[in-house]
Design a protein around this ligand. Structure first.
Ligand code: KG4
Ligand code: ZN
Length: 338
């Protein structure tokens, strides 16, 4: 059987990415981040779409060059149709449509959240890939989901957040401490030298497998206000302990529901995905729980945790194999359902 080469394009938020996938192997995965949002404490949608517009051609061009393939080798183009920022999605979708038209090759649409989950099937990671069914905790800047993955394109969200996503809990708390956007990786860094039991924060009471992070944010704000009234340098002097304790609380909240979901579904394979799965504390916790509970655990390679086009290309590969092609009249959908 012939090799299948897919060009993946991702532009749902603030990273412009293009990847070339040959079967399940990544030949290239280029990512252009956007520094312009740092000063604003979050992604500014209008600036994001303008930056995508500037980045997309060079990023796609570099991905093709670095993969050492020719344009005519590409069998299909996979693009993120949603969910995400509409202005950002329009850039990737329009680019994919024009290129598919120009090359006269098919396109496949990808749900960004499927991409995060299916990143586990990219070669060159853990030796074994998950077997169906497995449970995936998908934690990113926009989503927090416990997903029951029954097949490549058959997934069910069994738990989700009712307000902030886990990544937002990290980023908004970081902002309250005066750290730049995105604060998640910084909290991770400081937490490594801190005491996770130094401070206690509230944990939500939510039904079933659902999450809520807005209460923690309020609690954290009040905590900082109370302590800085007593000592103006409280944050600076205790940054490591504050970060470690906050991160510990977020991870506890995530695992409380994850463990319940895994036990109820009687599944012993558990994966994590999405930007927050790059967090060292979360990765360690999954391994610890896995040993304790006899789970097989799956942690994506670092570069496939945060937004990237390799995950879009692999998800697109399974659409392609099913013959699920997108037509030229397709438009992006910011609130694309799972
Ligand atoms: O998946 P992603 O790149 O984009 C979305 O689809 O949202 O996730 C970005 C999120 C941000 O909130 C960022 O702060 C968080 O992932 N993140 C982390 C870490 N690396 C990225 N959060 C905690 N620890 C990290 N090491
Ligand atoms: Zn994402």
């Amino acid at each position: 059987k012939k090799d299948i080469i897919i060009l993946g394009i991702e532009s749902s938020c603030d990273d412009t990415s293009a990847a070339i996938l040959k079967n399940e192997t990544v030949l290239s995965n280029e990512i252009a981040g956007q520094k312009v949002h740092e000063a604003y404490g979050g992604v500014v949608p209008e600036l994001a779409s303008r930056a995508h517009q500037q980045n997309i051609l060079p990023v796609v061009d570099t991905a093709i060059k670095n993969a050492k393939i020719k344009l005519k080798d590409i069998d299909a183009i996979a693009f993120t149709r949603g969910p995400g920022l509409l202005g950002s999605l329009i850039v990737g979708t329009s680019f994919a449509k024009s290129m598919a038209l120009g090359l006269d090759i098919p396109m496949v649409e990808v749900n960004h959240m499927h991409g995060h989950v299916l990143a586990h099937f990219i070669d060159d990671q853990q030796k074994e890939k998950p077997q169906f069914p497995f449970i995936c905790l998908t934690v990113s800047g926009g989503h927090t989901q416990i997903v029951l993955v029954k097949d490549y394109l058959d997934m069910e969200v069994i738990g989700t957040t009712k307000d902030d996503a886990a990544g937002e809990a990290f980023d908004k708390s970081a902002k309250l401490m005066g750290l730049p956007y995105p604060g998640g990786p910084l909290i991770d860094k400081y937490a490594q030298d801190g005491n996770p039991n130094a401070y206690q924060f509230t944990t939500p009471k939510m039904p079933d497998f659902d999450y809520s992070f807005s209460g923690l944010k309020t609690n954290f704000l009040q905590f900082l206000q109370r302590e800085t009234k007593k000592d103006v340098d409280f944050i600076k002097n205790n940054l490591n302990d504050i970060c470690a304790s906050l991160q510990h609380t977020i991870i506890n909240i995530l695992f409380d529901k994850l463990i319940k979901a895994v036990e109820l579904h009687n599944i012993n394979q558990v994966a994590i995905a999405g930007g927050v799965s790059a967090n060292a504390g979360l990765r360690n916790r999954l391994e610890e729980e896995g040993e304790k509970r006899n789970w097989k655990t799956f942690i994506p390679k670092f570069e496939y945790c945060t937004d990237n086009a390799a995950m879009i290309a692999i998800a697109g590969r399974y659409q392609f194999l099913q013959g699920n092609f997108a037509q030229q009249d397709i438009s992006p959908n910011a609130r694309l359902k799972f």
